[in-house]
Write a new protein. Structure first.
Lengths: 423, 417
């Protein structure tokens, strides 16, 4: 399939390209991926043995460079070229580029990620704060935290990483946690947490072959995962964290063994949600207060496509997406999104690879999408399913389980191939 | 403090001298990290730590807890701070004459040495051959991370201080290696959802109930293998069987190993200018070596004698009473797997019973036999590396000492005299 590839930054790697010229990478100096290497690597390009179990961002960026080199993708790639506008006109996509040129294409694949537009707390906490504030997107290294009292707000992966770095650099570190969560370690028993034998089945891989296979029921899988967590990490109140009100698997996983150690050692002090700001003081909902010099808001990101006509962009203000399995827009032909997901298990890289193959087989005519009504029904079904399983949050609108997705997609592909042959 | 508590409970008059300016021992020294045991294992059995304290309190919190303990049982009245013992010698009448740092001299009937084994030696006893063009420092000198900034660091040692230094180096230095001469058992803090030292059933693996040693070794080995993968972290196998090697709680080091930010190497074999050559033949660029001197049990204030040999293990009856030196006892001179406080309490009680004559030591030949037997039994490797405190398993040790205390009580019954 002939294609052109545009990238705003000066190199490939996206968020893993530290201080990318695009200005969109939120990577910080000490960022390591929290998925083990075997769960990141592309199936056709194994990682070299010298790469660590949980690679550093430099190692990942180099790996992506190698990938581009190996498969000679450089010829199609135009770096430092921003897509300013993409419009659908008479069934073709017209693209305006930052270098003034335009292009016309049959299909548009959006793979710009969703970690570029910081989401600030809405509504903001009442009161006025006199200290400094920043979003985790702008955090680079601990020189920004030195010698102050730091309050980290949020309980995602960046919040935990920043709290750990702050515990080493700052005088006092507080972590404001609104909702309890199950924090995962990087190793469970003798395996990395994501390679525990049998885990795939708990994460939705089917048992059996083809249409005779079945998935374990969600409740069973959740029970299995929950007990696995309990028998490795233990109860969250052991660490002074609020006990989660939801079952295991109902939120995006937070993976930070170091945060747990910092809590056990008293190096990070957990706090509940912020009630109000008052000069240099921050009051929390349990009535306690802390003197704070810097607040780091780790409150996530907005999903957004500034270059896409808002009538075409299938995303709402609360990050909800109207897409068939997070990839195809049911209403706009020739528009696909890849990597627009939060991996509930597995990694963005490996799920994107599967999505990429799917899109390619669609564009090459090997596969045909189901009719519009069926896609819309599927979206409604998926949203209903997510609302049962996941905690309602802007963070959970694009949650995808790798093994579950791969398992269901395999069936969908064979249906779509049959449709394509029949057409 | 454990000895002081036992002595005050038996109303034996005593005085306690400490060179430091505050109560807390090594915990009170600035920059000392987490002691490696959980709150429940660190606290005295009659004075719980406050519930607000973290599960794994750091040195300064432990020090203030110890100060509160001294205050609670009015031990601080007996403790003289900033009064180091410069010399101790036997007077002609068999009593102990103590000379303090200020030159003051005092006489006592008995001397209990509880100075601990954590005094670190500044440099390796036998420095590796070769020239080194970079800097060599002791771990105490690089509590401030700026020493390591943008340098190629090799940390030599496997204890808690070494692991902390290697973790710091992995953040600030250009490259970081840790050289493990005697690989310890590295552990995370939480195992199977509980603090590693509060696992149900663990006491039985550490000698409670008298399970045979071979079975306990097998079970500890299997447990360690099931809960921590050495190859995953790139760690070598510990040099001694579990129960005999030191245990270091190093969750941060384990994570940095998974991140590939610290290289693990064996002992340093040679220094080669701006490189270090290791025992396996590999080399690493280095311009800063951080020596984490192994803890040594040396007592420069004691007179030279068979009981206080400088080179070679101390000949102590159950790590407390030296042979042929009545009126002298050592407390806390063990490297326990399990709770250091329980062992100190037991030893303190034992010493107090001995000093109040409710317990009598066996004859010297029996004591010597016991010392020889323990040295032979599974700790051959240990005794070859002299000067290190012996590793004991908490419950195994307590079981044996408690039996010995019962037998000693029997020895002082009048009809046995």
């Amino acid at each position: 399939v002939p294609f052109d590839w545009f990238e705003k930054g000066d190199r490939v790697g996206g968020i893993w390209a530290f201080e990318n010229q695009s200005g969109l990478s939120p990577a910080y100096r000490q960022l390591h991926i929290n998925v083990s290497r075997a769960r990141i690597e592309f199936s056709d390009h194994p990682m070299p043995g010298s790469i660590a179990q949980y690679p550093h961002h430099t190692e990942l960026a180099r790996y992506f460079e190698d990938y581009v080199q190996r498969f000679e993708l450089r010829r199609n790639l135009r770096l430092m070229t921003e897509v300013r506008r993409a419009r659908l006109r008479d069934g073709r996509w017209e693209v305006e580029l930052s270098d003034g040129r335009t292009g016309s294409y049959d299909a548009l694949i959006v793979a710009n990620g969703h970690h570029s537009a910081p989401r600030w707390p809405t509504p903001p906490p009442p009161g006025e704060f006199l200290g400094e504030q920043m979003h985790s997107h702008d955090y680079r290294d601990d020189a920004m935290l030195r010698d102050g009292n730091v309050l980290v707000v949020g309980f995602g992966n960046s919040a935990c990483d920043i709290a750990v770095e702050s515990s080493m650099a700052a005088r006092n570190t507080y972590l404001s946690v609104r909702r309890g969560a199950h924090v995962l370690p990087k190793t469970m028993w003798r395996w990395t947490y994501d390679q525990v034998p049998g885990l795939e089945y708990a994460l939705g891989r089917g048992i059996g072959i083809g249409r005779f296979g079945f998935q374990l029921p969600w409740r069973v899988r959740q029970w299995w995962l929950g007990w696995g967590h309990r028998l490795s990490v233990g109860r969250m109140d052991l660490y002074g964290l609020p006990a989660p009100e939801h079952d295991f698997g109902a939120t995006h996983p937070t993976i930070s063994p170091r945060l747990l150690n910092c809590l056990l050692n008293g190096e990070v002090e957990p706090k509940p949600a912020i009630e109000r700001l008052d000069g240099e003081l921050v009051h929390f909902t349990d009535g306690s207060a802390a003197r704070v010099d810097l607040i780091v808001w780790c409150t996530g990101y907005e999903i957004g496509f500034p270059f896409l006509d808002p009538t075409l962009a299938p995303v709402g203000s609360q990050n909800e997406v109207e897409m068939y399995w997070n990839v195809f827009s049911p209403d706009v032909p020739g528009l696909a999104f890849v990597g627009l997901l939060q991996p509930a298990a597995g990694s963005t890289m490996q799920i994107s690879e599967i999505q990429g193959r799917w899109v390619a087989s669609y564009l090459s005519g090997e596969y045909a999408l189901p009719p519009k009504e069926e896609m819309r029904r599927s979206i409604v079904r998926q949203r209903r399913r997510d609302s049962h399983r996941l905690v309602a949050s802007t963070r959970h609108t694009v949650q995808v389980e790798q093994f579950d997705f791969a398992w269901r997609l395999r069936r969908e592909l064979s249906r779509g191939r049959r449709r394509a042959r029949g057409a | 403090l454990a000895v002081a508590r036992s002595l005050s409970r038996r109303e034996i008059p005593f005085e306690c001298f400490d060179r430091a300016h505050r109560i807390g021992g090594t915990h009170a020294a600035p920059g000392h990290g987490q002691p490696g045991a959980s709150r429940e294992q660190l606290q005295f059995s009659d004075w719980p730590m406050p519930r607000s304290s973290p599960l794994f309190p750091d040195g300064s919190r432990v020090a203030s807890y110890l100060a509160s303990y001294a205050e609670r049982f009015q031990l601080d009245a007996h403790i003289r701070l900033e009064a180091g013992v410069a010399a101790a010698s036997r007077a002609a009448d068999g009593r102990w004459e103590i000379e303090l740092d200020g030159g003051e001299r005092r006489r006592f009937d008995a001397l209990v040495v509880a100075g601990g084994s954590n005094e670190t030696a500044p440099a390796p006893r036998t420095p590796p051959p070769g020239e080194f063009s970079g800097t060599q420092v002791h771990v105490d000198e690089c509590r401030d991370e700026s020493v390591m900034r943008a340098r190629d660091v090799v940390v030599a040692g496997g204890g808690g201080a070494a692991c902390d230094a290697a973790v710091t180096a992995s953040y600030v230095a250009r490259s970081a290696h840790i050289s493990l001469r005697h690989p310890h058992y590295l552990l995370p803090q939480i195992v199977l959802g509980r603090p590693y030292d509060q696992l149900p059933g663990l006491p039985y693996l550490l000698g409670k109930g008298g399970l045979p040693r071979w079975l306990r070794r097998r079970m500890l080995e299997a447990g360690h293998r099931a809960l921590l993968s050495l190859p995953l972290h790139g760690l070598p196998a510990p040099s001694e069987p579990p129960g005999e090697a030191e245990v270091t709680v190093a969750p941060a080091l384990l994570e940095r190993l998974l991140h590939g930010r610290i290289g693990v190497r064996p002992a340093i074999a040679r220094l080669e200018g701006d490189h270090v050559r290791f025992a396996d033949g590999s080399r690493a660029k280095a311009n800063l070596i951080v020596w984490c001197g192994e803890s040594r049990t040396e007592f420069p204030f004691l007179p030279a004698g068979p009981a206080t040999a400088r080179d070679g293990p101390l000949e102590l009856f159950w790590d407390v009473f030296p042979l042929g030196e009545p009126g002298l006892a050592f407390v806390g001179l063990v490297d326990p797997i399990g709770s250091p406080t329980r062992i100190a309490e037991c030893q303190g009680e034992w010493v107090a019973a001995y000093l109040s004559r409710r317990y009598a030591l066996p004859g010297e030949p029996a004591m010597r036999r016991s010392v020889e037997r323990r040295r032979g039994g599974g700790r051959r490797h240990r005794s070859s590396s002299s000067g290190r405190a012996p590793v004991v398993e908490q419950y195994d040790y307590l079981r044996h000492v408690n039996r010995e205390r019962r037998m000693g009580r029997w020895r002082v019954r009048p009809w046995r005299r």
